[in-house]
Design a protein around this ligand. Structure first.
Ligand code: PRX
Length: 670
């Protein structure tokens, strides 16, 4: 019998706004017995060893399950595997003709492409051979500046096949950002496309990246001819994908990779201006991606998984690409904008392919909600079984809308909390176990430990806000360090409470509801200088560094200002040199700031507001007190204003941002 339109959740009869899986879901789910938490807690090592064997094929078994030398830990020591083999070869026997990737191009006149496991396998092998011919070897970093097209999956899997590390940069980051990441990783190969389609426009990539390729002395640039824009190609360096793969052999032996060898690098923003190259392992990362896809999205063989996350982010890696393929599933990729040609493109795609699992970010939901429910109502979404949310806290209002309008009150929402660093989902309620509560991510997945601590490191009770941390045993697929930056690794994650406690940078609180003694945790947001703009992670320092490059700027401070769709946007407080204070001068400078941020970081970081001010609050030693700036743009409390050496400036700032918060700044400063 078809599952179409079936209900998968029921309301808690006693508590409003709490939902549980119903019998349909419990019967269907891979995990429905809460005892799994206890089993995993009793012996995490044997739990993960058993699960990792279930999830992957290993070429060689491990000698030791785990080794912990704080702040480093390793899993499955001495074993060998290969991610490409696990995504492809082992599925050929019974899934050769099954759709591995269904790709929907943005232009409506273009037909979709469906790559079966056999198709993907053939393409990956050919490209792996072509890459070897170009001299790319195991352990080489290969940078991608790639859109969501099937060749991106091919290229990532080809890297995995030969043991090269991909380092994928989001296409809305700028060429300069690509350059910085290539330099940091010592990468001399770039894989890109000539262009792609978004919002009805051709977005050129190759043309824009040429300048950078010269600056980093790139040796190879592989170009996918997606948009047929006829880019310039430099002889001996630039190669069209089709040309180098055409005559290649369709088999390349998958390289046995040590489980603890680097699987890939992914740069993310931290508290300094320089992005961090997060290093992921090959074996445990893959096991975690496979298992969490199966557990959290309850992926079954016939399911179609539609994740809207771009490949440039960790969600794109773990759940748009690897997780579904490791499970032999079908992953649905869409190239372009949800608004093209009209605001129902995602809903149309769900209906067209009969997607069962839909995974997106709250910011997208808020934006689509504004477009009006009629766009959803036009479509049959009855195949959906599970809805997912990721990237930022989802407010209860948006949660309820998602639940009612998209899920028609039939589907659980898994609010999945995790980070680039964790590699996979680590906090969420599981579909077959629940509960699902608006705005609350859930308990830690089985086999790991999260807590919420006060400033002294004491665990807090339900309802008390504190710092969200992980304790041993950590997620098996957690980062294995920052590329060539040990001190930074310690400072960013292991300095708050010592080398045995991982601090996520997030604040949160435990709920007074538990699942098998695991408290549900609500995430309230970043406590450091990291922004979540439309679910995209950016460092305030990166934006500040870019603006400071302008001669006209004396000083700059950036904080996140609340935004009703994007969650937050960068707000720039700039002190300009004198001579730029006419209205026209300001306008010009505003444009320069915008352009500079776009050039150095990318359009994704475009400021939402620019305030020209004569001073910013500072400590006695001259350090900018961001807490005040954050409070001002949020209409929030500012805390002890006397800690500023120059509190007088708060009045001007409050006027500039139209502060309506609880502090009486005027009487304080006069
Ligand atoms: O602040 C948390 C927020 O996103 C941060 C991680 O960003 P990134 O490394 O880019 O990875 C995003 C996708 C996993 C976290 O530190 N975040 C992520 N998921 C949630 C979330 N905040 C609240 N609820 C979530 N479900």
């Amino acid at each position: 019998m078809s599952d179409s339109g079936k209900k998968w959740v029921k309301e808690d009869p006693e508590r409003d706004g709490v939902y549980w899986p119903n019998e349909n879901m419990k019967e269907r789910a891979w995990l429905s017995d809460p005892e799994i938490y206890e089993k995993a807690r009793k012996n995490p090592k044997s739990f993960w060893a058993e699960k990792a064997k279930e999830a992957l094929d290993w070429f060689k078994e491990w000698d030791e399950v785990e080794e912990w030398n704080p702040p480093y830990f390793n899993w499955f020591l001495g074993s060998e595997t290969n991610l490409s083999y696990n995504c492809l070869d082992r599925h050929l026997e019974d899934k050769r003709n099954k759709a591995a990737i269904i790709w929907e191009p943005e232009p409506v006149e273009e037909k979709e492409r469906v790559l079966t496991y056999q198709d993907l396998y053939r393409e990956v092998n050919k490209l792996a051979n072509a890459m070897k011919n170009l001299g790319i070897e195991k352990g080489d970093p290969v940078t991608f500046w790639m859109p969501l097209i099937p060749e991106t999956a091919v290229a990532a899997l080809a890297c995995q096949r030969i043991g090269a590390w991909h380092s994928i940069v989001y296409t809305a980051f700028s060429p300069d950002a690509v350059k910085d990441r290539m330099k940091d990783a010592g990468s001399t190969t770039l894989i890109t496309a000539d262009g792609f389609f978004r919002g009805g426009k051709t977005m050129k990539l190759k043309e824009k990246i040429d300048k950078v390729l010269d600056e980093v002395d790139a040796e190879n640039c592989i170009v996918i001819n997606r948009a047929k824009t006829d880019p310039d190609m430099k002889e001996g360096r630039d190669y069209f994908y089709d040309d180098i793969t055409e005559n290649e052999d369709a088999y390349s032996e998958p390289e046995p990779i040590d489980a603890e060898d680097t699987g890939f690098l992914l740069y993310t923003s931290g508290t300094t201006g320089k992005p961090k190259g997060i290093k992921h392992s090959c074996g445990a990362y893959a096991a975690q991606a496979a298992l969490t896809t199966k557990w959290v999205f309850d992926l079954h063989p016939q399911d179609i998984f539609f994740s809207t996350a771009d490949i440039g982010w960790i969600t794109g890696h773990s759940y748009t690409l690897y997780g579904p393929l490791l499970n032999g599933g079908t992953t649905l990729w869409y190239e372009g904008s949800p608004y093209f040609p009209e605001s129902d493109r995602w809903w149309k795609i769900i209906e067209k392919y009969g997607a069962n699992v839909f995974y997106t970010a709250p910011t997208a939901l808020r934006a689509l909600r504004k477009e009006g429910d009629e766009w959803i109502e036009k479509h049959d979404l009855s195949t959906l079984r599970i809805l997912g949310s990721v990237g930022e806290p989802i407010d209860p209002d948006t949660w309820n809308w998602y639940f009612e309008k998209v899920g028609e009150k039939r589907c659980p929402i898994v609010d999945t909390y995790w980070q680039t660093e964790t590699g996979g989902i680590l906090l969420t309620s599981l579909p077959g176990i629940g509960p699902f509560i608006p705005g609350v991510a859930g308990p830690a997945i089985p086999g790991i430990q999260y807590d919420v601590l006060d400033a002294t490191g004491e665990p807090l009770g339900p309802g008390e806000s504190g710092k969200v941390v992980q304790k041993h045993p950590f997620g098996i697929g957690m980062l294995r360090g920052i590329y060539e930056a040990h001190d930074k690794y310690v400072e960013e994650y292991w300095s708050e409470y010592g080398l045995e406690t991982y601090f996520s940078g997030d604040g949160g609180r435990k709920m007074d509801i538990e699942v098998d003694d695991q408290p549900l945790i609500q995430i309230t947001g970043r406590m450091d200088d990291v922004l979540e703009v439309a679910g995209h992670r950016l460092g305030t320092a990166e934006i500040e560094d870019a603006v400071s490059e302008l001669d006209e700027i004396v000083e700059v401070a950036v904080v996140g200002e609340p935004h009703d769709v994007k969650g937050e946007v960068p707000a720039v407080f700039a002190i300009a040199k004198s001579g730029n204070d006419t209205e026209e001068g300001r306008k010009e400078l505003e444009k320069k700031i915008m352009d500079k941020v776009r050039e150095r970081v990318g359009p994704v970081a475009s400021p939402g507001a620019i305030y020209f001010v004569s001073d910013v609050p500072r400590t006695e030693s001259g350090k900018v007190i961001r807490r005040f700036l954050k409070g001002l743009v949020r209409d929030d409390e500012l805390g002890d204003m006397t800690t500023a050496s120059n509190p007088g400036c708060l009045k001007e700032l409050a006027e500039k941002v139209n502060y309506e918060g609880p502090e009486d700044i005027v009487s304080f400063t006069t």
